[in-house]
Design a protein around this ligand. Sequence first.
Ligand code: PLP
Length: 391
Amino acid sequence: MSISKKISESMKNQSWIREMFELGNSLKQEYGEKNVYDLSLGNPGSEPSKEFIKSIQSLLSNPTPGMHRYMPNAGYPATRDAVANHLSKIFNVGFSFENIIMTCGAGGSLNVILKSILDYKDEIIIFSPFFPEYLHYVENHGGNPIIIPANENFLPDVETLQKSITNKTKGIIINSPNNPTGVVYPQSTIDEIGIALTQAEEKYGNTIHLISDEPYARLVYKPYKNPSIFSAYTNSILATSFSKDLSLAGERIGYAAINPNHVSRNELINAFTFSNRILGFVNAPALMQNIIPKIIDSIVDVSWYENKRNYLMKNLIELGYEFPDPGGAFFIFAKSPIPNDIEFVKNLLEYKVLVTPGTGFGKQGYFRISYSVEDWVLEGAIQGFSKVINN
Ligand code: PLP
């Protein structure tokens, strides 16, 4: 075999994703793209703002010498400064550029963080259901992902968290608004996590990092507000990107922000910078780093998502589907009408509707709908949801 056992094993474990993908593709070939209702994708559907297009046109028409060269591995100081100012306004905490490293998306950010903090078999706690890449990201750096269930409201279960921390725990990953549930965590949950981690740090004498993955932080619908990790816990790190809130997923631009009061902030920023280099990212894309300071306070049209969410919620509830309130992101995580979610997802394919089984996110008996699609896709899908639940 010319590929590693580890990669071969990981790919095998995800064979159902490939199966779904292939089934979806063959449906599209057989019936035409316009007759298949694909709610399985995580791509942001809305377009970047006019401001973004104008900024990039203006930059390319007035190039500055060296703008396509390498820069310091942490990114341009001016871009880091702009991110620091942006965060200081949102969180009412004084960030400086020295707390920020620019990365290749939130995925790059998480890998830089984990590379920097993990020794072999160190543990990272993750709540299920979860973004499946977390397992790979932790294992990429020799870590051991410890999966614990969220509570019945799909919020981190703080009691289970307390029981799961050991002297090998280096951090926990949380994600609000959540993929796959769309649930927005309340501030009280983050505050409780902060207290639990502080107690655990005292008990074990180790630093335990609260890593918050927040690429959907600005896709939040009233009355929800995404919580602050920075006010809740000192040893906290934000991993995020402009993939969703500026619709720049393909441009691979994001950052990590270290709490300015983190006990190891200086050591961490140096480690992140080094890890960005040795992971081969080297630096975040230069063109995007030049654009971000100009557009950082803008945002895509959130109502584009909110209207679709409202339409789906109303129709799914009428049909009898149950799901936690999707306060943010662009996902609904609904209970499968039959216990076997993979079977249910296959049944839905008969009506040419594609969704992702909860099994793929570590939660059987549920399925994820991504509503980052055109309205006709949602309308067609509702027909399928209706037929499959009434059969
Ligand atoms: N974290 C979550 C929860 C996601 O859903 C995604 C992308 O879908 C990412 C991280 C990675 O995003 P990025 O494009 O910023 O790397």
